[in-house]
Design a protein around this ligand. Structure first.
Ligand SMILES: C[S@@+](CC[C@H](N)C(=O)[O-])C[C@H]1O[C@@H](n2cnc3c(N)ncnc32)[C@H](O)[C@@H]1O
Length: 509
């Protein structure tokens, strides 16, 4: 039997034994227990199934006795394995003594935590530690329903890691660190990383994740939202994948913020402004309510703190029924007592009805602290596919905002621009027609935006290679089209502004 704490969760390995974590890391790498090694062993379909918490395909692929197969069964599929089998390639006695392994009866040992290989952006071999049972539920939802369970990497975790601006910084804060995945990424480009969580178990697990991944230790602090941050402390980067779920009551700490409605996300965004250094970024995943009679864009816009530019992207919207079902399935309630399921579903809808909530938006919020007198706040819906990692695209968006803020229409006409490398032109119209109905510029990277342009816009974009000023290009187009150059210079800057804002054109030099 595995050792368990009073709360029903397993006792965690000692976090003050970096020596044992280092030995375990060496052993895991030696057995190719890495993201690449797993893909090779399991094959893409079983590997993908594992990412969906489905274990059957991986169990079938690991019936052999190699060290890698044994490690997959022990650490990912959470099966007991014979002590003698792992003693060949793991420092088993150290791992038993420091709590990474426990005796499982007979001559078998079992893992006390889930250890999952995770490939870093530059091919680093990292490991994410989390609680047992939360990544093996498959369609049944998470297999752990203790309030304090600490989850591993999910889709939201990788989304936030991908959109984070990764410039080298002095100080980064990961608020609600969980398994430590965001802190681990931040440790690659921040001199100091502070990781906070309401749940002390998450801080313990973050320490294990960092040690096992060979990353520097973080400053770990327990508390809610910005409470653990001292008044005078500020950061260059703040990231948070918070417990954003809007739910009737705080049941699972990893997802239910315990504040009413979307108040937790609002508080987080509002309070971040004071915690940022000039030029610093704060990036959040969030959920927000769509309330009857209220524009959702105005709602989230009102959250943006003073002194910050913001870019808020709604990626998805669900009606209240879809939303309740999503989170009931997440916690496996659909597999439990049907009467209890109905009661929970009902409670969710009662809560939404009381607040006149019709739907919930899912998205990203990026703030950048500026000294600008007039902040720029963009709120948009973009449900289409994007290319991750998006961090550079997000940073460039804010750089272009600075440029546009500093350049009026006359300056734009003096300016030189380059067409972004990934942009192509598409002509849309009826087959066989002589002229296209409209011309679309499409990005193949980053946000993968598409925008309709007129003949002048298409011609202008096509010539932009940084050589001629915008005004000179427009004069040439006017001559070609027999248009009045003064009128063309007058009406085109608005289109240029939009093309720059959306990243189709980049200021040259
Ligand atoms: C969705 S998980 C994110 C974990 C991890 N950062 C990631 O990206 O996968 C949210 C985390 O926030 C923590 N949390 C919950 N309420 C909190 C609060 N009021 N203040 C700080 N952290 C909180 C949870 O314990 C959990 O670890």
């Amino acid at each position: 039997m595995e050792d368990v704490t009073d709360s029903g969760l397993a006792i965690l390995p000692a976090s003050d034994r970096p020596d044992v974590a280092a030995r375990l890391r060496t052993a895991l790498l030696g057995a190719s227990f890495t993201a690449d090694g797993l893909l090779e062993l399991l094959g893409a379909p079983a590997y993908a199934a594992l990412a969906r918490s489905e274990t059957v395909p991986a169990l079938r692929a690991t019936r052999g006795d190699t060290p890698l197969e044994t490690l997959v069964r022990l650490l990912l599929l959470q099966q007991p394995v014979p002590h003698a089998r792992v003693a060949d390639f793991l420092p088993v006695d150290d791992l038993l003594e420091s709590g990474w392994l426990t005796r499982a009866g007979g001559d078998e040992v079992a893992a006390t935590v889930d250890v999952r290989p995770y490939g870093g952006p530059d091919g680093e071999d990292w490991f994410i530690v989390s609680d047992l049972g939360c990544a093996v539920g498959g369609a049944g939802g998470i297999g752990q329903r203790h309030a304090g369970v600490v989850l591993g990497v999910g889709g939201a975790s990788t989304t936030l890691a991908g959109i984070t601006v990764r410039t080298p910084v002095a100080a980064a804060l990961d608020l609600g660190t969980g398994s430590g995945i965001q802190a681990l990424h931040a440790a690659q480009h921040a001199t100091r990383v502070t990781a906070t969580d309401l749940n002390p178990r998450a801080l313990h697990i973050t320490a294990l994740t960092l040690a096992l991944s060979g990353a520097p230790a973080a400053d770990l602090r327990e508390g809610s939202l910005f409470e653990p941050v001292k008044e005078e402390e500020t950061y260059d980067l703040i990231v948070s994948n918070p417990p954003f779920v809007i739910s009737p009551g705080a049941r699972l700490t990893y997802r239910d913020g315990g504040m009413s409605g979307d108040d937790l996300c609002r508080s987080l965004v509002q309070q971040a402004g004071e915690r940022l250094n000039e030029g610093g970024f704060a990036q959040f995943l969030a959920n927000w309510q769509h309330v009857a009679g209220e524009d959702w864009q105005d709602r989230v816009r009102s959250w943006v703190p003073r002194g910050c530019d913001a870019w808020i992207v709604q990626r998805e919207m669900q009606d209240v029924n879809q939303y309740a079902e999503l989170w009931l399935r997440d916690s496996g309630d659909h597999r439990g007592d049907p009467v209890e399921y109905q009661a929970r579903y009902d409670a969710w809808l009662d809560e939404f009805e009381a607040r006149k909530v019709k739907g919930v938006g899912f998205g990203w919020i990026t703030l950048r602290k500026t000294g600008a007198a007039v902040p720029s706040v963009t709120v948009e819906e973009w449900p289409h596919s994007i290319e991750q990692p998006l961090g550079d695209t997000i940073r460039a968006h804010f750089d272009r905002l600075d440029y546009l803020r500093d350049h009026d229409d006359a300056d734009l006409l003096e300016g030189h621009f380059k067409l972004a490398v990934e942009v192509v032109q598409e002509q849309v119209g009826l087959p066989g027609a002589e002229d296209p109905e409209h011309v679309v510029l499409r990005q193949h990277r980053g946000m993968r935006r598409a925008t309709k342009v007129d003949t002048v816009g298409a011609g202008f974009a096509g010539v932009c290679d940084g050589t001629l000023s915008a005004g000179r290009i427009l004069d040439a187009i006017a001559q070609l089209m027999g248009e009045d150059p003064v009128l063309l210079r007058d009406r085109t800057p608005a289109q240029i502004r939009l093309l720059v804002e959306q990243g189709f054109l980049e200021p040259a030099g």
